[in-house]
Design a protein around this ligand. Sequence first.
Ligand SMILES: *Cc1c(COP(=O)(O)O)cnc(C)c1O
Length: 397
Amino acid sequence: MKKDTILVSTGRSKKYTGPAVNPNVARASTIVFDSLAEMAQAGLDKSYQFNGDSQATEYYGRRGTSTTFALNDAMCQLENAAGSYVYSCGTAAITSSLLSFLNAGDHLLMVDSVYEPTRDFCDGALMRLGIEVSYYDPMAGLNIENLVQENTRVIFLESPGSLTMEVQDVPSIVEVAKRRGIVTMIDNTFASPFNFKPLDLGVDISIHSATKYLNGHSDVMLGVASANQACWPQLRDRSYELGQCASVDDIYTTLRGVRTLGVRMREHDRNAMVIARWLRQHELVDRLLHPAFESCPGHENFKRDFSGGNGLFSFVLKHSNRRAIASMVDNMHHFKIGFSWGGFESLILPVGSAPARRTVAPWALESRLVRLHIGLEDTQDLIDDLSAGLERFREAL
Ligand SMILES: *Cc1c(COP(=O)(O)O)cnc(C)c1O
């Protein structure tokens, strides 16, 4: 089956939908039984089955209901995974995955361009738990082997990196990790399962903030982690120990988002390419950090491993000051000022000095980096908005 067909059919088996087209929203804190024998059958003896198994059994809400299992099944199919676990947000999926595979005294190799809250977790909770963390250059590739220690248990990737968009050489890092018996995890939020399938390249766990493109409508927070056969039982059991679960209403909404993921991704990609080409020739723009352009570090990896882009990219201004940035951004019509991304709407985010904590690649772009999320609006309206914004910027410089 081709990927667009999978998006339409996945997670829609009769046991989830009944006679309807979509899965039922099964809201439940508990499942009740007619007899003790039936309850025992359902698996209170710990033989309960999660998703990925044909007889997913529901009996207590936190473990999920049929709606949860429908999304789990869908994510397994989309990521070619043995099992998937849903969390209340992407950050919970990331932190739970890391906690599932790290113990006191272990060492974690974390990519330096990682999403800021992931870094907060490493420098906070993981440090307090006695887990050693070192950050590596997103462009490390095979050289990551020089950073591997006796106690390195996990290498965490995020590609492209948050804000600066470096595309990692995933196969090279996986090669090193496999040789050294290290678990690999990737934050695959940018690509969504539509444009990049890390498990096919040997990554053990692929993690998504479903808050972004999977749901795609800026109205839900949700996270998912999908693991291969080797890592699934541990991810499942430890995530369960941590009490992780998610609302079935949010899960249902995300499943609905999955149906249009392909249509939206292609449109975001197409629109973003139009805007990026326009920005590239603008005299106030120094360079684009968009994976489809050569000026983006790791562009070659992007061409080799990804089947497409999306609406998210950054650009670097030639000059900047806070006043000029505010004058540009404060008066935009279509680009709203905001974090997050992956919805239908365009967003603009000037990046001040937030990534100053990066340790490998020093941050030299003070107030010159602007991240855009290109939504589904008409591209001419977006260009007019940016054009006027850059004019205000120039006047305020
Ligand atoms: C937004 C985001 C997250 C966190 O997801 P939440 O659902 O907001 O917790 C993680 N990684 C990346 C790359 C993100 O953009």
